[in-house]
Design a protein around this ligand. Structure first.
Ligand SMILES: Cc1ncc(COP(=O)(O)O)c(C=O)c1O
Length: 480
């Protein structure tokens, strides 16, 4: 027997739940392995991982400009053969120039960078924020991270003073937040999003959760907003963003704005917390000066979809300088974010512009991905509309649909007999019958008495959607 067993490891790690990579995902990998060994005993010939927003695992092709620059960063010797690059491989001159510029500032992508990231990349991000929001940004307040996950991890570590430290987290939510708070033994204060209002924020629900937690002795100090939402896809109106900032300001809550889906918007428009905060500050001199805002972005989503490269950043506004120094120290304990990931962040925030040699192809690829996502979302939505007991709002954004399912009583009983939640039971049967892996709503949190599942709309084609429709009909018939 080894020194470690399930009962003597960190109990907070044991307690954490992370459904998007949970039992169903593990089982889907087993099924995939069986298929690759040539089994013919399964009722499908392909596993579709619709459980996680992992675009390039499915169909999405990397954007050429990004990868051409990366290829030169990884192998700078190629720069000695510029004529081959340009005349033989069709690299454009702006690819070569950007690679040289990045190499000048990183040295080598095989070297650690400064703890908070390569300074020139932080400057490039600051310029992007300035263009996006119409207000200046300071590179000194920008921290590169290994994906937004690592940024969230840093911020929650620094925020969590004691088990009483509370963080308001939207429900349903991406389980990074609940899982990390579990690991830190801090308190998650859930607030429900309003399904009847396209999953918008409901300030009354936020206030009620906040007051309840406070009355139970929780020191609520932060509110997490995921905008556009995961799993809901909802993008908040400017009025909602204003209302949240106002509430956070009155109650002295740090705002953590997870904006990784900022370019995945089909309905409405993305309103950044930073931009809206600066507007509020301009309109009400002095009133919002103390608001503390951390906003996060990532290369994983959008049309970039480079989640395997692990890149992202967060920007801090209004943080106490000594706290920021501790955040810097925390980041430095991990040395630095992957430098290639940092370079991809730079390419994401500073892509080819009209008139530049790589622009035409970049623009074509970018729009091709954006249109493909929209078409697939709509096709999947249409399929859900036809399914008995399934209700799904119009696709709004992000990479997911999150339909409500109403299951027959007999199915709920059968789930209970297996010791499973009804939506978990449904998703497990779906996986076994079709090879399509989705995540039960219980993995994100949902109102008592409601059932959902979340699926990405990243998988190509419509054959897998037909598999879901057929399964659903058979499932309903079986348990009716
Ligand atoms: C809302 C949200 N935040 C953060 C992340 C993590 O992204 P990253 O790959 O940048 O760590 C995800 C990933 O799906 C997400 O959906």
């Amino acid at each position: 027997m080894g020194r470690l067993n399930l009962n003597n490891i960190n109990p907070h790690v044991r307690a954490a739940e992370y459904a998007v990579r949970g039992e169903l995902a593990v089982k889907s990998e087993e099924l995939r392995a069986q298929l690759s060994k040539g089994t013919t005993s399964l009722p499908f010939d392909q596993v579709i991982s619709a459980n996680i927003g992992n675009p390039q695992q499915l169909d999405q092709k990397p954007i050429t400009f990004f990868r051409q620059v990366l290829s030169l960063l990884e192998n700078p010797q190629l720069l000695e053969k510029e004529d081959v690059l340009i005349n033989g491989l069709g690299y454009k001159t702006d690819v070569v120039e950007r690679a040289k510029w990045l190499l000048k500032h990183c040295g080598s992508v095989g070297a650690y960078s400064a703890s908070s990231g390569v300074y020139a990349i932080k400057e490039s991000i600051a310029k992007f924020l300035e263009r996006r929001d119409g207000f200046p940004a300071n590179p000194a307040n920008i921290y590169l991270s290994a994906g937004a996950s690592s940024g969230v991890n840093t911020l929650l570590h620094v925020l969590a003073e004691s088990p009483k430290s509370g963080v308001l987290v939207p429900i349903p939510q991406y389980p990074l937040y609940t899982a990390t708070l579990s690991v830190l033994n801090a308190t998650c204060v859930p607030y429900y999003l309003d399904e009847s209002k396209a999953w918008g924020t409901d300030l009354e629900a936020i206030r009620a959760s906040y007051e309840k937690a406070k009355s139970e002795g929780v020191d609520v100090r932060c509110i997490v907003i995921i905008n556009p939402g995961n799993p809901t896809g909802a993008s908040l109106s400017e009025a909602d963003v204003r209302a949240v900032i106002d509430f956070a300001s009155k109650e002295k809550l740090v705002i953590m704005a997870d904006e990784v889906y900022q370019t995945n918007v089909f309905i409405g428009q993305f309103h950044s917390f930073k931009g809206v905060l600066r507007k509020l500050q301009q309109e009400n001199p002095g009133k919002y000066d103390d608001v503390e805002l951390a906003s996060l972005h990532s290369i994983s989503k959008g049309m970039v979809g480079e989640c395997g490269h692990r890149g992202g950043y967060f920007e801090l506004v209004g943080f106490d300088a000594e706290v920021e120094a501790q955040i810097y120290k925390f980041v430095s304990i991990m040395l630095c974010a992957p430098v290639i990931g940092q370079c991809l962040v730079e390419l994401m925030v500073n892509p080819p512009q009209p008139g530049e040699p790589s622009f035409e192809l970049y623009d074509k690829e970018y729009n091709g991905i954006a249109n493909g996502l929209r078409e697939r979302a709509n096709a999947l939505h249409k399929a859900f509309e036809q399914m008995e007991g399934v209700e799904c709002g119009e696709p709004q954004g992000a990479m997911y649909l999150f339909p409500t399912i109403t299951l027959p009583q007999k199915a709920i009983e059968a789930a209970g007999a297996e010791g499973r939640k009804p939506d978990e039971f449904y998703c497990m049967r779906l996986l076994e019958a079709t090879g399509v892996c989705v995540v039960p709503g219980s993995g994100f949190g949902q109102r008592e008495g409601t059932l959902h599942f979340r699926t990405t709309f990243l998988a190509p084609g419509t054959e897998w959607v037909s598999r879901i429709i057929k399964f659903h009909q058979e499932f309903m018939d079986k348990y009716r």
